[in-house]
Ligand binder design. Structure first.
Ligand SMILES: C[S@@+](CC[C@H](N)C(=O)[O-])C[C@H]1O[C@@H](n2cnc3c(N)ncnc32)[C@H](O)[C@@H]1O
Length: 501
């Protein structure tokens, strides 16, 4: 078909109102997308504007944001290929709920903060009815449109201030923006057709995730292009401060505190990209974990930390990099953009050849381990952050347990080798003889992966192992193992070189 590339461009992404959203920059970004892309990742997807562009381009899209209200947009507009909200669904969503007693959070916490009581009650009632919709995609669409309706109604479209009701009573402001006084139900009904009409099938198995990107990356494969649009550290990076209400509404938190005038939930999720103290090591980890993705596009701003030159140096360790810039004439661009600030795109290509193309590994077992890794990562980072005697005690206990496990597997490497064979990914399954290299940083177990660059440490350990290999007995190297879904038992010769710092 002629112009096949543009066949999905008849669909329109509904205009978002989200700090740093790239919907106005899509034609500019599109110029730098490598044309042989088949599978694309939108790693910090926010409003999902770039993920939606990837879908329009016909790619298989993996989209992700660590905030669930953004993931709901991904499910509704990117993963979903054909399910819309119909008239019957609206009746169900607007009907008086039988479950009112359990759904009072918005009324109790946010009345007179962002809404009058009646609007807060409407939101609770609607929220109580969402689970009655018989499809996850309908539910995702209901969250997407009601959340967008809330940003329409509140001045400046975010919840990081307490002026909503003051402005809604200011005739001058209302004259400029009538949504401030319109009922949310009316705004919802106006927006819904735009969202229904944006749903389409690009004939790919697209996926939306709700994970810290550092937990997702080890579990996806064969991605050709990663788009990274992280928070701009030091400049409007606190997405949970600005959009806490949408996350609270989606998650309907039961066990959080609601703090400050804006009633932001506490504790927050751990980002790793929003605070100066974390951001460099998070980027290093991001880039290490993206080693197998050949092309990267990274959005940035000249007012962020680290500065452009330092950031370029960091990226250059992994990729060839070209810098593209676009200067804002007014303040309506990316994150916290102001007139004269520059939107930057690092266009990164591989230093060596990578292969492209095969499908992604995904199964329940894998998803479960992604989630476990994600939860444990978040808990440990939070505890390090908190640094009080209780947390330090827990971290010390965890460290001692890990040291004990390390001691046991060093004394009996077969137990770990068997585990490694039995827990390998299904798509990469192999029963051939293997020599494993296990790297352990006993000061910081979570960052042990960084040792793989430490040749001064690796080389002597490997040479020492090889020099003494002649003393090994073959019987000591034999393991027997099973693999789920395969009827026969397996036997292999294997050993482990431990590199411990
Ligand atoms: C600049 S915004 C992305 C804007 C997006 N490109 C758009 O067009 O709307 C950055 C996003 O990163 C998300 N985020 C922050 N830390 C994250 C993490 N560790 N993993 C995944 N997402 C994260 C935030 O929730 C926010 O939505």
């Amino acid at each position: 078909m002629l112009f096949e590339e543009y066949q999905y461009f008849q669909y329109q992404f509904p205009e978002p109102q989200y700090l740093g959203a790239k919907h106005t920059l899509l034609p500019w970004i599109n110029q730098f997308i490598p044309k042989n892309t088949k599978i694309a990742l939108d790693a910090f997807a926010g409003s999902q504007s770039v993920g939606y562009l990837f879908k329009q381009l016909g790619y298989k899209v993996i989209t992700n944001d660590f905030l669930n209200f953004n993931n709901q947009i991904g499910k509704a507009l990117i993963e979903n290929s054909d399910i819309k909200l119909e008239k019957d669904d609206l009746q169900l969503l607007f009907q008086p709920s039988n479950n009112k007693d359990k759904f009072k959070l918005i009324e109790e916490i946010f009345t007179n903060v962002f809404f009058e009581r009646e609007e807060a009650e409407f939101l609770d009632n609607f929220r109580a009815n969402i689970p009655l919709l018989d499809s996850d995609y309908k539910q995702a669409l209901a969250f997407t449109v009601i959340n967008r309706s809330m940003t329409r109604k509140i001045t400046m479209g975010h919840f990081g201030h307490t002026q909503a009701l003051v402005y809604a009573n200011d005739p001058e402001r209302v004259k400029r923006n009538r949504s401030l006084i319109r009922p949310i139900k009316e705004i919802f009904e106006e927006l819904l057709p735009k969202y229904n009409n944006a749903i389409f099938d690009n004939k790919q198995d697209n996926q939306s995730y709700n994970l810290n990107i550092l937990a997702l990356l080890p579990n996806i494969e064969n991605v050709d292009l990663a788009y990274f649009d992280p928070p701009y550290c030091d400049s409007h990076a606190d997405y949970q401060g600005f959009y806490h209400l949408l996350e609270t509404y989606t998650e309907y938190w039961k066990e959080k505190d609601f703090v400050n005038g804006i009633k932001r939930y506490e504790p927050q999720r751990f980002s790793g990209f929003d605070k100066k103290r974390d951001v460099i090591s998070s980027f290093e980890k991001l880039f290490e974990l993206s080693e197998n993705i050949p092309n990267w596009l990274i959005s940035y701003n000249n007012r962020s930390y680290p500065g452009i030159e330092e950031f370029e140096k960091l990226i250059s360790k992994y990729r060839n990099v070209k810098i593209e810039t676009k200067t804002y004439q007014n303040g309506r661009g990316g994150k916290g953009s102001v007139a004269g600030s520059q939107e930057i795109l690092f266009v990164c290509s591989p230093k060596k050849k990578h292969s492209v193309g095969a499908p992604i590994v995904s199964n329940n077992h894998k998803e479960q381990s992604v989630n476990e890794g994600h939860i444990s990562y978040e808990i440990i980072e939070k505890m390090k952050d908190r640094n009080d005697p209780f947390c330090m005690d827990v971290l010390t206990t965890l460290k001692n347990e890990k040291l004990q496990i390390l001691k046991e597997v060093q004394e009996n490497p077969k137990t770990l080798a068997t585990w490694l064979y039995e827990n390998q990914g299904e798509m990469r399954f192999g029963s051939e003889n293997r020599l494993f290299l296990v790297l352990v940083d006993t000061d910081d177990f979570g960052n042990s992966w960084k040792l793989k660059r430490n040749l001064d440490l690796l080389k002597p350990a490997i040479l020492n192992y090889l020099d003494n290999f002649k003393n090994k007995k073959i019987d000591d190297l034999q393991v027997n193992f099973e693999f789920k879904g395969k009827p026969q038992p397996f036997t292999a010769l294997t050993d482990i070189i431990f590199v411990v710092k």
